[in-house]
Design a protein around this ligand. Structure first.
Ligand SMILES: Cc1cc2nc3c(=O)[nH]c(=O)nc-3n(C[C@H](O)[C@H](O)[C@H](O)COP(=O)(O)O)c2cc1C
Length: 232
C-alpha cells in the first residue's frame, strides 16, 4: 500500500512522529514523504497561469514531483504543527499552490477513491482548526475519506511529550491505522453535491478558463460519467 506523507514543517517534532507512527502501522506501507517548505519553497504568485495550463506555473516542476506521489498514493497523511491556531504557513502555501486540484477547476479522478489522515499537534489549543484547514482542501480535491487527528501535547517537541500522553496517542493511532486500511471508500453526499454544482458551472462556461470546461468535457463529466464510478 502506497502512503505519501506531506509534512507542513521541516523538522521531526510531535506532528511528524505521530504521522510516522500511523504510517508504520500500515502493513507493507511503501512510504514517501515530503517536508515543507524544503520540497516546495514558494508562495502562490496569483498569476493564474495554472488555470490555463498547469505546466506553466513557475513552480510546476517542484509541484509535479510531490503531486505524482500524491496521485499514486492509496493513503495520504498530512502533518502540521498548530501555529497561531491554524495549519503552518508552509502547509497553507502548499494548499494554495495546488488549488487547480480543487473541484471548481481540474479535480483528479484518482482523488475520489483516496483516504487521507490529517494530523496536528498544539501545545494547548487550535489543533482542530489546523487539521480543518487541510481537511477542507482535501474535501475540495474530492477525497471521500478524511480523518482528522488534532491533539494538545503540552510540549514544544516530541521529547517533551509525557510517556502517558504518548501511550494515549498510540492507542488512538492504532484505531486509526485499522480504520484507514478498510478497503471500501464511500463517496458521500457532500462531495457529490459539490461536484454537481461545479459541473453545472463548468457546463455553462463559468470556470476560470475555457480549458477547464474542455478538461471536464474530456473526462466525460459534462455527460454521464462521474469520477467516483469505476465503470463508465
Ligand atoms: C509559531 C508558533 C505558533 C504556535 N501557535 C500555537 C497555538 O496557536 N496554539 C498552541 O496550542 N500551540 C501553539 N504553538 C506550539 C506548537 O503548536 C506545539 O508545540 C506543537 O506540538 C509543535 O508541533 P511539532 O513538534 O510538530 O513542531 C505554536 C508554536 C510556534 C512555534
Amino acid at each position: 500500500m502506497k502512503v505519501t506523507l506531506i509534512h507542513g514543517q521541516d523538522h521531526k517534532g510531535s506532528s511528524y512522529n505521530i504521522g510516522r507512527m500511523l504510517s508504520e502501522k500500515i502493513p507493507g506501507a511503501d512510504i514517501t514523504e515530503f517536508f515543507l517548505p524544503r520540497a516546495l519553497n514558494h508562495f502562490c504568485k496569483g498569476c493564474y497561469t495554472c488555470t490555463k495550463d498547469e505546466t506553466k506555473c513557475p513552480f510546476y516542476e517542484e509541484k509535479r514531483v510531490i503531486m505524482e506521489a500524491v496521485e499514486t498514493a492509496d493513503i495520504l497523511v498530512f502533518t502540521t504543527p498548530t501555529y497561531c491556531m491554524r495549519a503552518s504557513a508552509p502547509m497553507k502555501a502548499f494548499i494554495d499552490l495546488t488549488f487547480t486540484y480543487w473541484m471548481p477547476h481540474r479535480p483528479r479522478k484518482c482523488m475520489f477513491s483516496k483516504k487521507a489522515v490529517v494530523i496536528s499537534t498544539a501545545a494547548g489549543s487550535g489543533a482542530k482548526s489546523a487539521t480543518k484547514d487541510v481537511a477542507t482542501a482535501l474535501q475540495y480535491w474530492g477525497v471521500p475519506y478524511v480523518k482528522q487527528f488534532g491533539i494538545a501535547v503540552q510540549a514544544a517537541s516530541w521529547d517533551q511529550v509525557s510517556e502517558k500522553k504518548k501511550g494515549k496517542i498510540e492507542n488512538k493511532i492504532n484505531k486509526l491505522a485499522k480504520s484507514v486500511q478498510k478497503p471500501r471508500v464511500h463517496v458521500g453526499i457532500k462531495i457529490k453535491f459539490l461536484f454537481r454544482i461545479m459541473r453545472l458551472m463548468q457546463g455553462k462556461g463559468m470556470g476560470s478558463d475555457e480549458s477547464e470546461r474542455v478538461y471536464w468535457e474530456e473526462q466525460g463529466w459534462l455527460g454521464k460519467a462521474r469520477p467516483w464510478n469505476t465503470i463508465q
